[in-house]
Design a protein around this ligand. Structure first.
Ligand SMILES: Cc1cc2nc3c(=O)[nH]c(=O)nc-3n(C[C@H](O)[C@H](O)[C@H](O)COP(=O)(O)O)c2cc1C
Length: 401
């Protein structure tokens, strides 16, 4: 279908993913919620920012390397955890291999389709992600398994509040895939023979279970089983966050911060990093794009912890813009999923190469020798671009009690 498997932009990878994947899978990757305002703003806000390039004094050699969560990274881009199944039979192991080949850190979702042990074997620089789900004992058991496997950092994601409806409609995802479901899905799947063939070659159907949530001696829950446990768990307090960070005792990223007061509380709770994130526009729709709220949060806590950003990063230039506005690094979600769907491990490597070369061009054109040199002075920022949420004096909330 695509003679040359290489693609030159993430947009092209997405176009190929759309052609390759059955709608039930592609639609789950697009996700977003309600009107889709936040998911759109996450990407379009990057395009509102302009560059202010220099013409003389460019550096022949540029250093894009950094460290994130205590791990070295060849560039300030991290694989964001995504609990997606059924994109590709090699799933998160292919992503981890690609990330390792490009010197990039792997974030593994607890809802992932591959065991953490296999993923760490493919990329020793892996951070394991948990939701606040189940009892404290259950969370400790999952965290200890990740530690035993060799994960070097823990990510706690707190920015999802089960907002499901989409004006454009959600795909119907089955609880498990067996022959009966395949027959039902046939009208969607059969026009995508490439996707089916990839799985057929492995002799397995897509497996919608979550092996990293398997209790000792028990069965791995299905995706929806795991989801049910999470929905029924009492949401955490700041004291709970602090407890988990202490239990882990190493690099700890709180993912999902939108407000300055939450960022400050996260510092008090003892986290070592936050990600300014709205779950890729999947949480409360109309939350502003992460790039708009990054500067106020970076100003408030950027000198105390690592401030990362995720949401809408599709180009190396987006990475440069986020760094210029105070991010230490960015995480990417859909960009690598499009690459995985388009061309497996090589497609993820292709996406990382696209981002690397775009970032390198920006660093070159802006006249820097390293990513740390990027600053707001490198950008044209339209009036009214930024938003500041929760910057009033902290007040007591039910979560403090
Ligand atoms: C299909 C899908 C599944 C996701 N699953 C998870 C998950 O299991 N854990 C998590 O912390 N974030 C999850 N996320 C959020 C991503 O980690 C990340 O915050 C988001 O994708 C960033 O936006 P981007 O896709 O525009 O790069 C998911 C996102 C998508 C699109």
């Amino acid at each position: 279908m695509f003679r040359n498997p290489w693609f030159e932009t993430v947009t092209e990878a997405q176009r190929r993913a759309k052609k390759r994947l059955p709608y039930v899978v592609y639609g789950a990757l697009i996700a977003g919620s309600e009107r889709g305002r936040t998911i759109d703003d996450n990407t379009s806000a990057f395009a509102e920012l302009g560059f202010a390039p220099r013409v003389v004094g460019h550096h022949r050699v540029r250093d894009l390397g950094t460290t994130v969560l205590g791990m070295p990274s060849a560039m300030p881009v991290v694989i964001s955890p995504t609990g997606v199944q059924a994109v590709h039979p090699d799933g998160e192991v292919a992503v981890a291999r690609a990330a390792a080949n490009r010197g990039v850190i792997m974030g593994l979702s607890s809802f992932a389709s591959k065991p953490v042990e296999d993923v760490v074997a493919a990329n020793p620089n892996t951070a394991f992600q948990l939701y606040w789900s189940g009892s404290r004992d259950t969370m400790v058991q999952r965290m200890e398994r990740a530690r035993q496997a060799g994960c070097k950092a823990l990510i706690l994601t707190l920015d999802w509040s089960f907002s499901h409806g989409r004006d454009w409609g959600s795909p119907t995802i089955p609880d498990k895939i067996d022959l009966k479901t395949m027959v039902k899905l046939a009208p969607d799947v059969l026009p995508r023979p490439g996707w089916l063939w990839r799985f057929a070659k492995t002799g397995r159907l897509p497996d919608l279970t979550t092996p990293n949530l398997q209790p000792p001696g028990g069965q791995a829950p299905t995706f929806f089983g795991a989801y049910g446990e999470w929905m029924q768990t009492t949401p955490p307090t700041w004291e709970d966050v602090s407890w988990l960070a202490k239990e882990w005792g190493g690099p700890f990223l709180l993912k999902g911060v939108s407000r300055v007061d939450d960022a400050r509380r996260a510092v008090d709770a003892g986290v070592s990093a936050i990600s300014v994130s709205n779950h890729g526009g999947n949480n409360l729709d109309t939350t502003p794009a992460t790039i708009r709220i990054l500067p106020s949060i970076a100003d408030a806590v950027g000198d105390q912890i690592e401030v990362l950003l995720d949401g809408g990063v599709r180009r190396g230039g987006d990475v440069a813009k986020a760094l210029a506005l105070g991010a230490h690094a960015v995480l990417i979600g859909r960009a690598y999923l499009w690459g995985l769907a388009a061309n497996g491990q090589a497609g993820v490597e292709n996406v990382l190469d696209v981002l690397r070369s775009g970032l390198d061009s920006a660093v070159l054109g802006l006249g820097h020798s390293e990513v740390a040199g990027l600053s707001p002075d490198d950008l044209s920022i339209p009036d009214g671009f930024t938003r500041t949420l929760g910057a009033a004096e902290p007040r007591h909330s039910p979560a403090d009690r």
